[in-house]
Design a protein around this ligand. Structure first.
Ligand code: MSP
Length: 523
């Protein structure tokens, strides 16, 4: 088997419950995963949890729980969110799993042996909240520390450092030569701007176990645990390694033994890491350098999304300004959430959730747009032709072909929002076609029977094409449309969007509302 298309999300901290921001990233990545499957790629989609570090240790202590028990409890909730979001994941990694600890140890051993890691003493100002030493540059102009650092204390420590600084020139050249490595361009420019103006320092990759017990011990110095970001980034290698991926296992060396090697699993390098804008530096600076030092090829792309706010304010549990994805699914259904998240916000800029905007898209685009089109097409075909598909007619074929071609182009470019806009040109075209051709009127004139056949074919075929184009975005709805059309074949390949798939003589089912109109439902 060849290398699979390997796609990942950031792994979320287990120090609280999931919110819209976490859900958004996972939905976007799932749409990309499903789109690539529909384009014929053999996709492997990974998500998971980042369970070590001070934040988690502190959150557990606040609840009076041991960190592992605390993480185990939250992991149930986060895995349930992955299920409720309909994520087509192939694995779910937790950084407290033995398979992950083995890979972190192996990579540290490898880098220690190649002299990429050294021990040094350091005295400096330390942010307890952010688990990081601060530099003079981090001070406010008046010399104070910004509130975002929380408590800042002077600290002297011996720690282990990864020789990162020496790779700076190489990384700048790499980023210059590979414009698609960090996308969108605005994020790439940000990384290049940073690398050109600031000198990289070596990365402190340890924390004394006396201060932070909740981590993976350094294999060569167990009085220290691994810095949480070094630990977390390695998750992307853990799954390939544990499946016996030859590229990763070779780089890790003979001491690493995959727990259960699976023949012919080839994942690395990852094709895309999807991450939020706040963690670009870790993925576009630290990660490539770690990989280079370990002798591993670099991923294809770091795809960076923006952040959601609600009503123009930061999402924050303490102020109650949150959107709970599970509650939205409970009230509106999964596909309403998936649709709104992807349609409202392109991958890149920041977005703003408003309940009113959500309701408006639900009613106008999903219920009155897509739902109405399917309902009218099936209703009329059942009423006027006993649900039997008439002869093929090509009146909307050009529109459908254009929408499908545009959708495919935009999906390949990971412009998911653009693809939905393209798909809705066809939804709107279908509804306009009903207004223009007035099938409910010509039905009354027997002389126009052939014309009615044409109109009905075009409508029902447009619905079929839409179910194919929508499959990566709103898979449940796509399957419902397929079921109502009584089609057996799954809408799982974009090629099925070719016009004419609906066979004359086929009998469709009865319409059932895809998106019940909420303003009509009595509370
Ligand atoms: N554990 C690290 C990631 C390690 S990846 C090797 C982390 N976790 S996190 O839980 O804080 O964030 C996980 C992801 O959610 C990040 O990509 C982050 O950008 C994203 N989001 C968190 N809040 C968000 C919004 N308000 N909006 C959109 N995405 C947001 O960072």
């Amino acid at each position: 088997m060849g290398k699979r298309f390997y796609l990942t999300t950031a792994i979320d901290y287990t120090n609280g419950s999931p919110h819209l921001g976490h859900a958004y990233e996972k939905i976007v990545t799932d749409v990309i995963a499903r789109a690539h499957r529909c384009l014929g790629d053999d996709v492997f989609f990974l998500t998971g949890l980042d369970e070590h570090g001070l934040k988690v240790q502190q959150a557990a202590a606040e609840q009076g729980l041991a960190p592992q028990a605390y993480c185990d409890g939250l992991a149930v909730q986060w895995k349930d969110m992955a299920r409720q979001l309909g994520l087509s994941i192939d694995d779910f990694i937790r950084t407290t799993e033995p398979r992950h600890k083995a890979v972190v140890s192996a990579i540290l051993t490898r880098l220690h042996a190649s002299n990429d890691i050294y021990k040094a003493a350091y005295t400096g100002w330390y942010s307890v909240r952010e688990e990081t030493f601060l530099t003079e540059k981090d001070r406010n102009p008046d010399g104070t520390w910004d509130a975002r650092w929380g408590q800042v204390v002077p600290l002297e420590e011996e720690n282990w450092y990864f020789k990162m600084a020496r790779h700076q020139e190489w990384l700048v050249a790499f980023l210059e030569q590979n414009p698609s490595f960090v996308q969108p361009d605005s994020r790439r420019n940000e990384v290049l701007g940073f690398l050109r103006s600031e000198k990289l320092e070596d990365l402190c990759i340890s924390r004394p176990a006396a201060r932070l017990a909740w981590g993976i011990p350094l294999p060569f110095a167990p009085e220290w645990v691994t810095y949480v970001w070094f630990d977390a980034l390695t998750n992307y290698l853990t799954v390939p390694a544990s499946l016996g991926d030859p590229v990763v296992t070779t780089a890790l060396g003979p001491d690493y033994q995959p727990p259960a090697p699976v023949a012919d699993t080839s994942l690395w390098p990852a094709n895309i890491h999807v991450v939020g804008k706040d963690i670009v530096k870790f993925h576009a600076v630290y990660w490539p350098i770690m990989l280079k030092a370990a002798g591993l090829p670099l991923p294809g792309q770091i795809l960076v999304h923006g952040w959601w706010q609600k009503d123009g304010q930061k999402l924050s549990k303490s102020t109650g300004n949150i959107v709970d994805p599970i509650a939205v699914i409970g009230e509106w259904g999964l596909d309403a959430l998936r649709y709104y998240a992807v349609r409202e916000l392109a991958i890149g800029p920041d977005g703003n959730w408003t309940d009113e905007g959500f309701r408006s898209r639900y009613n106008s685009e999903l219920a009155n747009g897509l739902g109405n089109l399917l309902n009218r097409a099936l209703n009329m075909l059942n009423k006027y032709r006993d649900g039997i598909v008439p002869a093929v007619s090509d009146e909307l074929a050009g529109d459908a072909r254009a929408a499908a071609a545009e959708t495919e182009r935009l999906l390949r470019a990971h412009d998911l929002q653009g693809a939905l806009v393209a798909i809705w040109t066809l939804v709107n075209r279908g509804n306009l076609y009903v207004e223009q051709t007035q099938p409910f009127k010509i039905e009354k004139d027997p002389a126009q029977a052939a014309r009615l056949d044409e109109v009905l074919y075009n409508l029902v075929e447009t619905c079929r094409v839409l179910s194919v184009l929508l499959a990566p975005f709103i898979p449940t709805t796509s399957a419902k449309i397929h079921a109502q059309l009584r089609l057996e074949e799954k809408p799982d390949r974009l090629a099925l969007a070719a016009w004419g798939g609906m066979k004359p003589g086929h009998k469709v089912g009865a319409p059932e509302p895809l998106f019940p109109r909420k303003d009509l439902v009595k509370k």
